[in-house]
Design a protein around this ligand. Structure first.
Ligand code: ADP
Length: 315
């Protein structure tokens, strides 16, 4: 694995191409093949399987992500930059949100990450505007935030399960656009990713959860109720892509192949983080003086002889 500057430039250029290819163009999700692999390099070594290749590539991309994450974090700590990045992950059940977080986000420093999963709103959350809990969960300056589900559930689950009247959820597309616009103006780069799996793949993953006792805890019979509304969810996702791409675009990642999904999301993050061009902050320190002071400390410790030793414990 070589990580020279040429290699880095090549990876960044490729990330930009992957980003362009995954940009959501139309609401017609049915026309997008969930097994497709847009942007995959043709010159992959033939002697290693796709999974192994992807794991090693995500590792290389992770190093570039980690370096940029650290610079962004350092700038915020120094008080010179408030920018942050927010990855919004949406998918139907078994779409692979958790796996993506583990694989891609796991390659960065957990101390600079801000993760939040959104389930059905609590009683307190329901008593507020639907964006209240979202606003409370935004990443602080310098952090990379990840939303596992998001405010989009309020025009997806809420719409499909009929949890609010149409007059209410229909208004929300515009509210979401204004909200995201304000976030972007406040220095948040929003990367919205829909993981696109097929109906067949979802059945396989649900079955795998039932078959494997160590995965059974993840199975919820309610997932089957949602599956009965597959077409409505696809329609609702299509409307989200159509109506809510103004402030920050959507990317649709074909996600039947987990190894492609991880690789693609790592590329999307790199393309956006690299665009932010974070650099280490200028630090105003009297380095020579501080070095000399440290050297002084060193001398004092050297002089700490037997007189300074703690007393022997009583026998
Ligand atoms: P996941 O399926 O993401 O692993 P959970 O099993 O906790 O996690 O499921 C989250 C559930 O919460 C999903 O069924 C989702 O539709 C629902 N949910 C999330 N946000 C909302 C919301 N605002 N209104 C209604 N349901 C929501």
């Amino acid at each position: 694995m070589s990580d020279g500057p040429d290699d880095e430039r090549e990876l960044i250029a490729r990330a930009g191409r992957v980003r362009r290819l995954l940009l959501a163009g139309s609401s017609e999700l049915n026309g997008l093949d969930p097994r497709a692999t847009p942007g995959l390099p043709r010159n992959r070594p033939k002697d290693i399987d796709a999974k192994t290749w992807s794991r090693s590539e995500v590792g290389r991309l992770g190093q570039l992500l980690g370096a940029r994450q650290e610079r962004m974090f350092a700038r915020a700590k120094a008080g010179v930059d408030r920018r942050r990045l927010l990855l919004v992950l949406q998918a139907v059940d078994c779409g692979g949100k958790d796996g993506t977080v583990r694989s891609v986000v796991g390659s960065m420093d957990p101390l600079g990450m801000h993760l939040k999963a959104f389930g059905p709103p609590t009683a307190e959350e329901r008593a507020h505007h639907f964006l209240w809990r979202i606003n409370n969960a935004l990443p602080p300056a310098g952090y990379i935030g990840v939303f596992n589900r998001s405010h989009y559930e309020d025009v997806l689950a809420v719409r499909v399960k009929d949890l609010a009247p149409k007059s209410v959820w229909r208004r929300r597309y515009g509210e979401i656009n204004s909200f995201e616009d304000a976030l972007v103006n406040d220095g948040i780069t929003i990367v919205k990713v829909m993981l696109h799996i097929s109906y067949e793949e979802q059945a396989e993953r649900l079955l795998a959860r039932l078959d494997d006792p160590s995965k059974r805890w993840k199975f919820s019979p309610a997932d089957l109720d949602d599956r009965d509304h597959w077409a409505e969810y696809q329609q609702a996702y299509g409307d989200v892509l159509d109506k809510c791409s103004a402030a920050a675009p959507w990317y649709v990642v074909p996600a039947d192949r987990k190894w492609y999904r991880n690789w693609a999301v790592a590329n999307l993050l790199l393309a956006h983080l690299d665009d932010m061009r974070p650099t280490y902050p200028e630090v105003d320190l009297a380095v020579d003086e501080l070095r000399a002071r440290l050297a002084g400390n060193q001398v004092r410790t050297d002089h700490a002889g037997p007189d300074n030793d703690p007393p022997e414990p009583p026998a």
